[in-house]
Ligand binder design. Structure first.
Ligand SMILES: Cc1cc2nc3c(=O)[nH]c(=O)nc-3n(C[C@H](O)[C@H](O)[C@H](O)COP(=O)(O)OP(=O)(O)OC[C@H]3O[C@@H](n4cnc5c(N)ncnc54)[C@H](O)[C@@H]3O)c2cc1C
Length: 493
């Protein structure tokens, strides 16, 4: 934590100033692109509400997928190259532990910077909006659950998780079947397999608690049919491959039979998905394709199941007398020719699943910043209204020198590669506009003397300590799990 004021004019170079709000992949890739491509000298500041950088790369991506976090190396190289005071053309500052909208207002940034980029991701939850969704113990959103197992300081010690009785969790429901739902299924169904989890940076608090759960069955429940499944083949295959540990997948034959999908023959990725499922649904010895026969299931058989369930709409979450989830009431859906859904709510089509844990995995929701209404910034449902990354006012005009990139620009969709592409495009717009605008703010600075914050050097100290702790435990890192611990470890010892 540094009390010294960040100085924006560290040398004789007259730089234009850009503030980026959020240090996830979109914020960092926007900064990276600006610094690599701008012909005009730039002073870029990344503002991050947590004391540590990288957003969902650190707190979203599954701990058993460390290769996905390779983007952090690019961000680190970029920060190291530009954050040390030099006479380089460009300069980059990381300001962590500062929420824009609280300690520093968006208006302050807009008044003091030549450009401001909103890259603050999607920080809310999409909801089912059914009775029992709020206030039932054992019902969590995917964002809450993922943050918890990834050691996010706002969730790692959350009592809703730590006080929950995991030892009674046998039947699990997950609403949604995107890749996040599959990540959660893997964590819940395979957590006792040390080969997968022991050497990851998953929060030990979460791992030890979910290990207590005797999970036998996980249903991934979707409103539409198999054709409309949201997961990708790679992630689905990972689940099927858990059969080597005694974890089997199933799909009811009314939702999946190979010949149901003949009209989709031209879609190669979909064909592979159909082939994969039909092969894995067969007993190991009866499979015709070699690449679905990698490792046989254990001889003692399989005792844990995940199941793809389709054409259902959740109607109500039912609690027991202690407010703990007991079951989920659903109805069957009919998918019409025009792809619209008709929930069938007559008594023949209502069903109840007993359930000890329910995760709603409907997607992360974009949330407007508190100042948007005062500043007349338009927010459309789940993202900041924008035209090619240039933010719009409520009147539909371009808001001067304000941009959006990443998930808050388009809603919570896309992987890190597409987020990067998006950030690069928005970076190009910023450069284009800065090239023609007059200098607005290069003599101004934003005083941080009274604001507790972390710098890049502080993050490097935290990082080093987490890596060292991790090394001792044979893990890539051992994260600090609370804000207090993070701030404490900023101090040099
Ligand atoms: C569970 C999960 C698993 C995923 N797995 C993969 C995967 O395996 N492979 C892959 O390619 N992609 C994966 N993704 C997608 C990937 O994480 C996103 O594409 C990417 O993180 C979006 O980047 P972003 O910068 O827009 O948002 P984020 O990563 O959410 O970053 C936003 C940042 O802004 C900060 N912030 C928020 N509000 C403020 C504020 N007011 N002031 C300052 N800072 C603020 C946040 O703390 C955060 O650090 C996954 C996503 C999720 C949710």
């Amino acid at each position: 934590m540094k009390s010294a004021q960040i100085r924006y004019l560290s040398s004789q170079i007259n730089r234009k100033t850009v503030s980026i709000i959020g240090s996830g992949p979109s914020g960092f890739y926007t900064a990276y692109h600006l610094l690599k491509k701008s012909p005009i000298p730039l002073d870029v500041t990344i503002w991050e509400k947590l004391p540590v950088p990288f957003g969902l790369s650190r707190y979203g991506v599954a701990p058993d997928h460390p290769e996905v976090k390779n983007c952090e190396e690019t961000f680190t190289t970029c920060a190291e190259e530009y954050s040390i005071p030099t006479n380089k053309k460009h300069k980059l500052s990381f300001v962590g532990g500062v929420t824009v909208g609280k300690e520093v207002t968006l208006e302050t940034l807009l008044n003091n910077q030549d450009a401001v980029v909103l890259s603050y991701g999607c920080t809310g939850d999409k909801k089912l909006n059914i009775p029992g969704e709020q206030g039932t113990k054992g019902v969590f959103s995917s964002r809450e659950f993922v943050n918890w197992y990834n050691g996010h300081p706002d969730f790692a010690k959350d009592k809703r998780f730590t006080d929950f009785d995991w030892s009674r969790v046998s039947k699990v429901g997950i609403i949604g079947n995107g890749n996040v739902a599959l990540d959660i299924t893997r964590v819940l169904i395979s957590n006792k397999i040390d080969e997968i989890w022991q050497n990851t940076d998953i929060s030990p608090i979460a791992l030890n608690l979910v290990k207590k759960a005797p999970v036998k069955n996980i249903k991934l429940i979707a409103r539409r049919d198999f054709v409309h499944s949201r997961f990708t083949n790679k992630e689905l295959r990972e689940l099927w491959e858990l059969e080597r540990y005694g974890v089997r997948g199933c799909i009811d034959s009314k939702f999946f039979q190979k010949d149901m999908f003949d009209s989709f023959k031209s879609d190669r990725a979909f064909n592979r998905r159909v082939e994969m499922c039909s092969e894995y649904l067969k007993p190991f010895g009866e499979r015709s394709k070699k690449n679905y026969k990698k490792a046989p299931p254990p001889t003692s058989g399989c005792n844990k199941f995940w199941e793809l369930d389709y054409l259902k709409t959740p109607l109500e979450i039912n609690q027991d007398e202690s407010d703990v989830i007991k079951s989920l009431t659903l109805c069957n859906n009919q998918l019409k020719e025009d792809n619209s859904l008709k929930p069938l709510k007559d008594s023949n089509n209502i069903l109840t699943y007993d359930m000890d844990l329910l995760i709603t995995s409907l997607g992360y929701a974009g949330v407007p910043m508190p100042e948007f209404s005062k500043l007349s910034i338009r927010f459309d449902r789940d993202h900041v209204a924008n035209k090619q990354g240039r933010v719009l006012t409520v009147a539909g005009e371009i808001f001067p020198h304000l941009y959006a990139s990443g998930w808050i620009r388009k809603g919570s969709q896309g992987v890190i590669a597409s987020t990067m592409q998006d950030a690069f495009e928005v970076g190009d717009r910023v450069i284009q506009d800065l090239s023609v605008s007059g200098v607005l703010s290069s003599e101004k600075s934003i005083g941080l003397s009274n604001i507790k914050h972390t710098t890049w050097a502080d993050w490097e100290r935290i990082n080093k300590k987490e890596l060292t702790r991790g090394q001792k435990e044979h893990k890539p890192r051992s994260k600090f799990l609370t804000l207090e611990e993070l701030w404490h470890n900023v101090e040099e010892v």
